[in-house]
Ligand binder design. Structure first.
Ligand SMILES: N=NNCCOCCOc1ccc(-c2cn(C[C@@H]3NC[C@@H](O)[C@H]3O)nn2)cc1
Length: 449
């Protein structure tokens, strides 16, 4: 069977996040995070699951790096826990927190795996939330303080940095729908959080550049492709507003220096003015080296005058399969997204910093995990990514979400995204069939057509 080969220096990786895998939630001086508090609050997380132990990666990191080496990963994307480094969010540094990440980075480099650090993957120190969290503009400066500490300690070892992971989820699930920590249901607060996150990204990136470090820094956005259910004018308008909300609310400030006009006007009329300081929109355009993209599925929408401010209803289709997250499997949406970004938003290098699927994986009697649906999902999306590269999109790498099954936020451990299975009773790791398949993709730097 013929193969589709990727560029010579294409980066094949896998991704995780601190709160989702580390455990050791009170170990070695770590401060409380908003997800420690949220997961310990009754009714917030399915089955009352918490990240107290998670995958016990804090203690098992050497074993996990050896598994990454066995897979032949070029790079490993992980996040650092802000409250492990600064238990109160600012001020006194916790040396044992720095020491853990130094051990991990050293292990990765020894294994020939390039570390890629996400500075903020949702685990804000609770002490900062007690001062208003991301709704308080001071948190911007606390984030810059934290990022500078990380750059100074690891900048000579780590060459790929991501400031924020999915600021849309941080802002809107954390502060508008309340599904995520800290659990507010205040859309105006969510809009202010989104703004403060963008400003903090750019000031951290500026700080990285001023240190004159080698390497590159970017931001990771969860993006989708949005399609109208029909070609009616109403459905098309609904799709445009959902695209503004899901995607351009972050893409436009970063690459055009302004929020999307139509949605900004709707929000202004509904919520009044945000706290946008003079110069913010110029700061937000601070050059960044790459854009990270987390793609999972598309949005299919129709006009519905009863469906909130956007008058848009999300639709299902019987034409596609769905994952355990109830997300449509739609690989073409990745191609369309990549082409849209390149043609309409940015010529920056792109990395897919997350793509993957949750399915209800079981360990079979022979001890193997036969996850054919995940292999099919990944293969179909790799093929679409290849098609975009062939069309000229500067896609430089792909991080599968996730290296291992882990704490999937409000769904707890009930959703398995890993290419490695984790037995949460024993913490035993088992390479799923998708992991063995991914190893071959990396070895061949290509995928069968
Ligand atoms: N279809 N209707 N939509 C209408 C509005 O939806 C409201 C819900 O929105 C969302 C949007 C995005 C997500 C999401 C989750 N992950 C997976 C994590 N990524 C980071 C890493 O930590 C993984 O665990 N990525 N993105 C969830 C819910």
């Amino acid at each position: 069977m013929s193969k589709l080969y990727f560029p010579e220096d294409f980066v094949w990786g896998a991704a995780t996040a601190s709160y989702q895998i580390e455990g050791a939630y009170q170990k070695d001086g770590k401060g409380e995070s908003i997800w420690d508090k949220f997961s310990h609050t009754s009714g917030k997380v399915l089955n009352g699951d918490t990240g107290d132990i998670a995958c016990d990666h804090y203690h098992r990191y050497k074993e996990d790096v050896q598994l990454m080496k066995k897979l032949g990963l070029n790079s490993y994307r992980f996040s650092t826990s802000w409250p492990r480094i600064l238990p109160q969010g600012t001020g006194k540094v916790n040396q044992k927190g720095l020491d853990f990440y130094k051990r991990l980075v050293d292990e990765l480099l020894e294994a020939g795996i390039e570390p890629a650090i996400t500075l903020y993957h949702w685990d804000l120190p609770q002490a900062l939330q007690d001062k208003g969290g991301w709704g308080n503009r001071d948190t911007i400066n606390y984030f810059v303080e934290y990022s500078q500490i990380m750059f100074e300690h690891f900048g000579n070892l780590v060459s790929r940095w991501i400031t924020h992971n999915e600021p849309w989820v941080v802002a809107f699930l954390g502060n508008s729908t309340g599904e995520h920590a800290p659990g507010f249901k205040d859309h105006k607060l969510a809009l202010q959080v989104a703004h403060n996150l963008l400003v903090s990204h750019c000031l951290a990136a500026r700080g990285f550049r001023e240190l004159g470090l080698e390497g590159e820094i970017g931001i990771t956005l969860n993006l989708n492709s949005v399609y109208p259910l029909t070609d009616s004018k109403e459905d098309q308008q609904a799709a445009e507003l959902v695209n503004d909300y899901n995607n351009d609310w972050f893409l436009d400030p970063l690459f055009k220096g302004k929020y999307p006009d139509k949605l900004a006007q709707i929000y202004r009329e509904e919520y009044g003015e945000l706290d946008i300081k003079a110069g913010d929109m110029e700061i937000i355009q601070e050059p960044t080296d790459f854009l990270g993209i987390n793609y999972y599925s598309r949005a299919l929408v129709k006009h519905n005058s009863e469906a909130g401010l956007l008058q848009a209803e999300y639709m299902r289709t019987e034409e596609s399969g769905y994952t355990a997250m109830d997300w449509e499997i739609y690989p073409k949406g990745l191609y369309d997204l990549l082409m849209n970004l390149y043609q309409n938003h940015t010529k920056l290098d792109l990395y897919i910093t997350e793509n993957g699927a949750a399915f209800d994986d079981q360990v079979a009697a022979d001890g193997k995990v036969y996850d054919q649906r995940r292999k099919d999902y990944l293969k179909a999306h790799f093929i679409k990514a290849h098609q975009a590269i062939e069309a000229g999109v500067p896609l430089k790498g792909y991080y599968v979400w996730s290296l291992m099954d882990n704490f999937e936020w409000a769904f707890g451990y009930d959703r398995r995204f890993g290419i490695i299975h984790v037995n949460y009773d024993t913490c035993e790791r088992t390479l799923k069939e998708s992991a063995h398949w991914y190893k071959e993709v990396i070895t061949n730097n290509g995928v069968d057509k």
